[in-house]
Design a protein. Structure first.
Length: 304
């Protein structure tokens, strides 16, 4: 009898996460006392949001632009295989964005998986571009994202790609509408992804922010897709976590510039051993990269 790969993946994912996912129902007070992750698929608290996600997130936006990414441009079959591989490793945290066009791709893979076994994060692009005309708020965008994903809510919704320290005022309407959606349960947590050091410093202190996506690796600087030196970033990220913000590290491998095994290991060691993040997102593009990344993250966590 032939088996359905998607159904097999879903069953495997549910089995892999069954024990940890039970903790999704635990109250926020229990999160602070939880021991640090030892494996990539361990569930960790995202700041004070009450959300628990796997330490490793599967990114879907490598080289993302114009409503596409390397993952989506590879086609549906390749995307399905990639995401199923992450699910088979017990990774329940899926990092998406309107910019990547990844929502419909994800929807077809996660169909049939209990919603409380997944942590779905997406991002609103706030600036007009050739591929999008933003509403100026968040109501229309979140409604569309949910339809594209086949879900009734997002776990995390971020304002995408903050470029200066004025973002809080510049995107006040988006913030206000996301706050209202959070009150209604349509979004569980809100925040920003930062591509500027000034923006990051504001996010680390701003009371509206629950979750920050921050560019961090052991090299630092613009050459490696970071917003400051590793030392400068470390100070701000530690401050953000102390303020109760969930910090998700991105560009851990320098947006594809840190390709050698020793470079990847050094970056993971720096980010994890310094206690700079709650979780990390890595945009693997092939199943083999998922296997390799999970093994590297596991070693880095266990040696921290």
């Amino acid at each position: 009898m032939k088996t359905n790969p998607a159904a097999t993946s879903r069953r495997s994912f549910i089995r892999t996460t069954a024990l940890g996912a039970g903790a999704l129902m635990v109250g926020p007070a229990a999160f602070a006392a939880r021991t640090p992750a030892r494996k990539a698929n361990d569930l960790v608290p995202l700041g004070r949001t009450g959300i628990k996600a796997t330490f490793l997130a599967q990114g879907t936006g490598y080289n993302g632009y114009n409503h596409s990414s390397a993952q989506t441009r590879a086609g549906k079959e390749a995307f399905d295989r990639l995401l199923r591989t992450s699910l088979d490793h017990g990774v329940n945290f899926i990092d998406m964005a309107d910019l990547y066009g990844s929502h419909p791709f994800v929807r077809d893979v996660i169909r049939g998986i209990p919603r409380d076994r997944l942590v779905l994060l997406s991002k609103i692009w706030p600036r007009k571009a050739s591929w999008v005309t933003p509403s100026g708020g968040a109501f229309a965008e979140v409604e569309r994202f949910c339809k594209e994903l086949g879900t009734d809510h997002l776990d995390v919704c971020l304002i995408h790609c903050m470029l200066n320290d004025q973002w809080a005022e510049e995107y006040k309407r988006i913030r206000d509408e996301l706050s209202e959606l959070k009150q209604k349960g349509k979004v569980r947590a809100v925040g920003v992804s930062c591509h500027d050091f000034g923006a990051l410093k504001v996010a680390a202190k701003h009371p509206w922010v629950d979750v920050i996506f921050a560019r961090i690796n052991h090299k630092g600087g613009k050459q490696y897709s970071c917003d400051a030196s590793p030392e400068e970033l470390a100070v701000v990220l530690k401050q953000a976590r102390a303020n109760g913000k969930a910090v998700v590290g991105m560009k851990i491998f320098g947006a594809g510039k840190l390709t050698k095994p020793e470079q990847k290991d050094a970056s993971l060691k720096f980010v994890i051993s310094q206690g700079l993040v709650d979780a990390i997102t890595i945009g693997c593009t092939e199943p083999e990269q998922v296997h390799d990344t999970v093994e590297r993250v596991n070693r880095a966590l266990q040696n921290a």
